[in-house]
Design a protein around this ligand. Structure first.
Ligand SMILES: Nc1ncnc2c1ncn2[C@@H]1O[C@H](COP(=O)(O)OP(=O)(O)OP(=O)(O)O)[C@@H](O)[C@H]1O
Ligand SMILES: [Mg+2]
Length: 225
């Protein structure tokens, strides 16, 4: 399943993505071009080998883990490396841990209005129907316009934080449902509230107790760039 999280800077997108990932999978893999404090509780890796080894370690362990891959300056090339590791190995054992969640933070860096990075496009096409296991993909962006139409179409679930620009609200009304945009319009500034819309059931829920998905504090790092 593909999930979209949209919200302005500092609303809590990365924090929410980690919470959802933990609800859905024991092991989650995150493409993180901006490894700030919001990923201080994740395992951070800076090259393909570190990333691969961290995944292997996670398979052996029973712990819940989010492993971040931090790309270098060339983000698109970094995404190739991230996908190469995910795609490596025997497909039947790749998702041994019984389902996986892949978080793509700062997704704007991998798309234009008409096109996504080809490997992201593949991932989104694969997500709903991989034969091996459940794959959840969570895509994060600041504005609805950062995400191209195909990605909006592929997504079955939207988490929307407070939006302040009328043009952004209008886009949500056009591409999703007017009710989702209406819900976030009244959110308080700095409240970290979020509206969830499920495309299949067409239900809008307001999540107004952010303490439930508030940040955790544990720190672990696999290396430094
Ligand atoms: N549910 C929450 N409850 C309390 N504080 C929160 C919550 N979610 C996020 N925060 C705080 O808000 C700040 C921003 O969170 P986060 O980095 O997740 O936002 P973001 O939308 O990903 O930001 P950016 O646009 O910079 O990537 C952090 O200091 C974080 O601790
Ligand atoms: Mg973030």
């Amino acid at each position: 399943m593909t999930t979209l999280i949209i919200g302005e800077r500092g609303e809590g997108k990365t924090t929410l993505a980690k919470y959802i990932a933990r609800q859905r999978s024991r092991v989650s893999l995150m493409f993180e071009p901006k490894p700030d404090g919001s990923v201080s509780d994740c395992v951070k890796t800076y090259d393909e080998m570190e990333f691969y080894e961290a995944i292997e370690d996670a398979k052996e362990s029973a712990d819940q883990t989010i492993i971040c891959f931090v790309p270098g300056d060339d983000v698109e090339e970094g995404f190739n490396e991230f996908c190469d590791v995910i795609e490596s190995g025997d497909p039947r054992t790749r998702y041994l841990y019984g389902g996986i969640t892949i978080i793509i933070d700062e997704a704007w860096s991998l798309m234009t209005p008409n096109k996504s990075h080809p490997k992201l496009e593949n991932l989104l096409r694969l997500a709903p129907r991989d034969g091996c296991a459940q794959i959840n993909v969570i895509v994060l962006a600041h504005k609805p316009v950062d995400i191209n139409q195909r990605t909006h179409t592929f997504s079955e679930e939207l988490f929307l934080f407070r939006l302040t620009e009328q043009s952004d609200l209008d886009r949500i009304r056009e591409r999703w449902r007017p009710e989702v945009a209406d819900a976030v319009e009244t959110f308080p500034d700095g409240g970290h509230y979020v509206a969830r819309y499920d495309k299949n059931s067409r239900i809008v829920e307001v999540w107004d107790d952010p303490s439930i998905w508030a940040p955790q504090t544990e720190v672990e790092t696999k290396g430094e760039r």
